[in-house]
Design a protein around this ligand. Structure first.
Ligand code: KIV
Ligand code: ZN
Length: 506
C-alpha cells in the first residue's frame, strides 16, 4: 500500500470562505486538533494577507512541532519574505507559493505574459528555498491552462527547487476523466518529475472535488489538499473526512492509506462547525447527523440482524456516536420492541400491539419519538384499565372573546353517545359534555398538567383527582394535545369509578 499525504488547508483556503473570521487563539485550537487528527501538513495561513494571519502562522509554528507547517505566498518577493519570517519558529516549514498558469487569469487578471509568469515562478521558488528546503509550487487554474505551457511552468519550478507540485482545479471545473488525464500528461511530460510529489487541490463548484482527488491519486498524485467539512472558497474544497473514509473504507481496492487518526474525525468536524459557524447538513457524508441513523422499518430490521446490511463504516471508527435506530413513523415493530425492552419493559403480546399502535399514532403527529415518549406510552399501556367509557372524538371551539364550547363523542358500553356543553375554558366545557353523557355527579378536586418530554411538540401529562360520592379517584393520560390528555384523564378517572362500583356489586 502507498501512503497518501494529507495537506490540510482548513486554516487557509477554508478560512477564506465567506463569513469565516477566526482569531489567532481559535486558529491555534484548530491547529492542535489537526495535529491530533494527524494530518501531514497544516497550511496555517497566508501571512501577507493580514496581521492576524501572520501571527497565526507564528503561533502555530511555535506550538506544533511534529508536523509540517505551511504558509501561502504569491510568487512575489515580499509575500515570500513574509511567509519565511512567519515560519521562522516552525520545525518543518513549508512555503507554498503560487502563480496562475491559465491564459484567462494571466490575460484578464494579472496582465502578464506567459514568459513573465515563468520568470516570477522561478524567482519565487528560488527565494523560498532560501528559507526552507520544502517548497510547494502551485500553478493556479491549472485545469484551464494550456498543457504544454503548464509543463514548462512546472519544469521551471522543479529546476528552481520545488519539491511538491500542486495541480489546483481552482474553479472546480474539471471532469474526473479530464483531471485524471491531466495528471497522466504531467507525469509523462514534465522533465524531472520522478522525485517530485504531485499534489491535488480540487474545488467543489460542480460537486466533483472529492471524486477528482481520488481519481488523481489513482493516476499518480500522492498528496491531497483538503479542508474539514469541505469548507473553502465558494463551494469549498475536497472534504477531509470524505477523502479519509474513502481511502480507508475502500483500501483493498485503492491500495492506499493515510496516517490520519480517523477516530478524531468527528471531534475535528464538530470543532470546525463551532469555530466557523458553518453548519453541516444532516445528510453530509461521514459527519452529518443522519449518517449513522436508520429510520425505515426495513433498514432497522436489517441493522438489528447485522450492521453490515446497511452500514459500510462503523460510527466508532470516526469517533461518532453509536448507530441510532430512530423511532419514527417509518419504524417497524421489531425496532419498537427492542427499544422498549432496552428501556426495561417487557410487555405481553396484546400490550405490545396496543402500545405499538399508540406509538405509530404519536409518530405520525410528532415525527421523532424519544425514550421519554416511549416510556409514557408504555406506562399508560400497562395500567390495564377496563374501559366502560372510551373517547371517540372531541371538538372544542375556543377563543379570547367567546365562551368555550366542546362536543364530545364517547363509546359507552359499546354504544355511541355524544353531547355538547359550554364551559369556562375548553377543559371545563369538555368535562361538562362528558358529564352530560355519563350523568354521573363528579367533582373535580385537582388538575395537574406537565410536559413529560421536551420541545414544542412535547407530550403533556395530565393528572386529575375527582370525587364521586365519598370516593376520591385519580385519573391520568398523556398526549401531545393537552385538551385530549385532559379529556382522557377525566375518562380514565370515570372508568376507575366504574370498576370500583362493579367490584362493590359483586
Ligand atoms: O484554489 C487554488 O488555486 C488555491 C491556490 C492558492 C493553491 O487555493
Ligand atoms: Zn483553493
Amino acid at each position: 500500500m502507498e501512503k497518501i499525504y494529507i495537506f490540510d488547508t482548513t486554516l487557509r483556503d477554508g478560512e477564506q470562505a465567506p463569513g469565516i473570521h477566526l482569531n489567532v487563539r481559535q486558529k491555534l485550537q484548530l491547529a492542535e486538533q489537526l495535529d491530533r487528527l494527524n494530518v501531514d501538513i497544516i497550511e496555517a495561513g497566508f501571512p501577507i494577507s493580514s496581521k492576524s494571519d501572520f501571527n497565526s502562522v507564528v503561533e502555530i509554528s511555535k506550538t506544533i512541532k511534529n508536523k509540517r507547517i505551511a504558509a501561502l505566498a504569491r510568487a512575489v518577493p515580499k509575500d515570500i519574505d513574509t511567509a519565511g519570517e512567519a515560519l521562522k519558529f516552525a520545525k518543518y516549514p513549508v512555503i507554498h507559493t503560487f502563480i496562475s498558469s491559465s491564459d484567462i487569469h494571466l490575460e484578464y487578471q494579472f496582465k502578464k505574459t506567459r514568459q513573465e509568469a515563468l520568470d516570477l515562478a522561478e524567482t519565487a521558488v528560488k527565494l523560498a528555498r532560501k528559507y526552507t528546503d520544502n517548497v510547494e509550487f502551485s500553478a493556479m487554474d491549472a485545469t484551464r491552462s494550456d498543457r504544454d505551457f503548464l509543463c514548462r511552468m512546472y519544469e521551471v519550478a522543479i529546476k528552481a527547487g520545488a519539491k511538491v507540485l500542486n495541480v489546483p482545479d481552482t474553479v472546480g471545473y474539471a471532469l474526473p476523466e479530464e483531471y485524471a488525464s491531466l495528471i497522466d500528461y504531467l507525469i509523462q511530460n514534465i522533465k524531472g518529475i520522478e522525485d517530485i510529489i504531485i499534489s491535488v487541490h480540487c474545488h467543489n463548484d460542480l460537486g466533483l472535488a472529492v471524486a477528482n482527488s481520488i481519481l488523481a491519486i489513482q493516476h499518480g498524485a500522492r498528496q491531497i489538499e483538503v479542508a474539514v467539512n469541505g469548507i473553502g472558497e465558494r463551494a469549498g474544497n475536497a472534504a477531509l473526512e470524505e477523502i479519509a473514509m474513502i481511502i480507508d473504507t475502500r483500501k483493498k481496492d485503492l491500495n492506499f492509506y493515510t496516517d490520519l487518526n480517523l477516530k478524531e474525525i468527528m471531534r475535528t468536524s464538530t470543532l470546525v462547525r463551532h469555530l466557523t459557524g458553518y453548519s453541516v447538513a444532516p445528510n453530509k457524508p461521514i459527519v452529518g447527523k443522519n449518517v449513522f441513523t436508520h429510520e425505515a422499518g426495513i433498514h432497522q430490521d436489517g441493522m438489528l440482524k447485522h450492521p453490515s446490511t446497511y452500514e459500510i463504516m462503523k460510527p466508532e471508527d470516526i469517533g461518532s456516536q453509536p448507530t441510532r435506530l430512530l423511532l419514527g413513523k417509518h419504524s417497524g415493530r421489531h425496532a419498537f420492541i427492542k427499544r422498549i425492552n432496552e428501556l426495561g419493559f417487557s410487555l405481553k403480546e396484546n400490550e405490545v400491539e396496543k402500545a405499538f399502535l399508540k406509538f405509530k399514532e404519536l409518530a405520525e403527529r410528532k415525527g421523532e419519538i424519544s425514550d421519554a415518549d416511549l416510556k409514557a406510552i408504555v406506562n399508560e399501556e400497562i395500567r390495564e384499565i377496563e374501559e366502560f367509557f372510551r373517547l371517540k372524538y372531541y371538538q372544542v371551539i375556543n377563543g379570547s372573546s367567546i365562551k368555550s364550547t366542546a362536543t364530545v363523542g364517547l363509546e359507552v358500553n359499546g354504544n355511541f353517545m355524544e353531547s355538547a356543553a359550554y364551559g369556562d375554558g375548553p377543559v371545563d366545557a369538555s368535562f361538562k359534555a362528558i358529564d352530560n353523557i355519563t350523568s354521573m355527579k363528579v367533582e373535580l378536586l385537582d388538575y395537574n398538567i406537565e410536559a413529560v418530554t421536551s420541545g414544542k411538540d412535547a407530550i403533556g401529562s395530565v393528572k386529575i383527582t375527582v370525587k364521586y360520592k365519598d370516593l376520591e379517584v385519580m385519573g391520568s393520560a398523556i398526549s401531545t394535545d393537552v385538551i385530549e390528555a385532559s379529556i382522557k384523564s377525566y375518562i380514565d378517572a370515570l372508568n376507575r369509578i366504574m370498576i370500583y362500583k362493579a367490584n362493590q356489586n359483586t
